[in-house]
Design a protein around this ligand. Structure first.
Ligand SMILES: *Cc1c(COP(=O)(O)O)cnc(C)c1O
Length: 377
């Protein structure tokens, strides 16, 4: 079949073929860790050992690379392992620039795993080019941005930051987890690395952990091959199989979740029981114009603040019946999370903030549940 460039078509077909041995339409799951060699010592199947490469991972990586617009995808056992692989591109004495507001685990990794090995870093406030330039150093080699950001849904101008990074001889890595390649493709905008926690929207069903890094440049491809194969933080074939099967419905899920999130955000914005709503699809969001330019969909994450502090936020969350109180995001079921308490004592997240991950329930039901919870007991 000639594959079209449309996301939906690639999501169903890229990296897949009918199994020659059985005719199976759904790819069979090969759990084998090792593959038979030819009598002459060759590897006739193209596989030798599962950590190096295996059928389920290769298929998934081909699919994700196609969705991100080309290059090579490297799958890891978690989003965190994908972040680790990206930061491992730095040498001691080199400087990393990262936003002060981003996924808490990423900042913990920089502080706990990389700083002790001589990676220098600065955290910049805001997300404009001027904010980064102020923190720039002569030895800055990698810029990390997360857009939309966690948990305040700030939007970074990927193309502008890529130009700035390249002008200074640095690379740009974008954590695009909240957007998915349906909504934005960082490599098309000039970024050198796109990173996702596939635990979230790619997996989409809250039942598999994974991560991926996508690159186009040959030197990065070589470096990431080493980090993946020698480092060995690889996903199991079953994890890959689950993520690949879920990608087929990613566009349908993400569009529906974005649509419902917009309705929920609009409703929350009119509520007298809400102080502030953070959603890039709202015209009142400070980065709304940039989000419209950069993203095809605004995504399924909505954060909001209730009047009061942690106890008022926790009490409102406790009154919800449809939303489950749990961390993570991107699944089919709606979740609510009090970010400050999961991030611990170093958190910068407002204590009265709640983050919603909108699932696939009917938006009317989600809005009714939020309305009753915010009205009080
Ligand atoms: C969840 C998440 C990660 C970490 O991914 P894991 O799969 O939990 O290791 C990194 N970045 C963002 C934006 C995330 O939401």
């Amino acid at each position: 079949m000639k594959q079209s460039e449309h996301f939906e078509t690639l999501a169903v077909h890229a990296g897949k073929s009918i199994d020659r041995a059985t005719g199976a339409v759904t790819p069979p799951l090969a759990l084998s860790t090792t593959f038979e060699r030819g009598a002459d010592g060759s590897f006739p199947s193209g596989f030798s050992y599962a950590r190096t490469d295996n059928p389920a991972r290769r298929s998934l990586e081909q699919c994700i690379a196609a969705l991100e617009g080309g290059g090579r995808a490297f799958c890891f056992a978690s989003g965190s392992a994908a972040v680790t692989a990206t930061f491992s591109l730095l040498r001691p004495g080199e400087h990393l620039l990262a936003p002060a507001e981003c996924y808490h685990g990423t900042l913990s990794q920089i502080r706990s795993l990389f700083a002790p090995h001589g990676i220098e870093f600065s955290l910049f406030e805001g997300h404009g080019a001027a904010d980064l330039e102020a923190a720039w150093r002569p030895n800055t080699r990698l810029v990390w941005v997360e857009t939309p950001s966690n948990p305040l849904l700030g939007i970074t101008d990927i193309a502008a930051i890529a130009r700035l990074a390249h002008a200074h001889g640095a690379r740009l890595a974008v954590d695009s987890t909240f957007a998915t390649p349906l909504a934005q493709r960082p490599l098309d905008l000039g970024a050198d690395l796109a990173v996702h926690s596939t635990t979230k929207y790619f997996g989409g069903h809250s039942d598999v952990t994974g991560g991926v890094v996508i690159v186009r440049d040959d030197a990065l491809t070589q470096a990431l091959t080493n980090l993946q194969v020698l480092g060995g933080a690889v996903p199991s074939p079953f994890d890959c199989w689950l993520i690949h099967r879920s990608i087929a419905t990613l566009a349908c899920r993400f569009r529906a979740q974005s649509e419902s999130a917009m309705r929920v955000a609009q409703q929350l914005a009119t509520s007298s029981a809400v102080d502030k709503v953070y959603y890039p699809g709202l015209a009142t969001h400070p980065d709304h114009a940039l989000a419209r330019r950069q993203m095809r969909y605004f995504g399924g994450i909505v954060s909001f603040c209730v009047p009061g502090g942690a106890s008022e936020a926790l009490a409102a969350a406790a009154r919800l019946k449809l939303f489950t109180r749990a961390t993570s995001l991107g699944g089919i079921e709606s979740l609510i999370e009090h970010r400050a308490s999961i991030e611990g004592p170093t958190t910068r997240t407002p204590q009265n903030l709640l983050r919603l991950s909108i699932g696939l329930e009917h938006a009317d039901d989600l809005i009714a549940d939020l309305t009753q919870a915010l009205a009080g007991s």
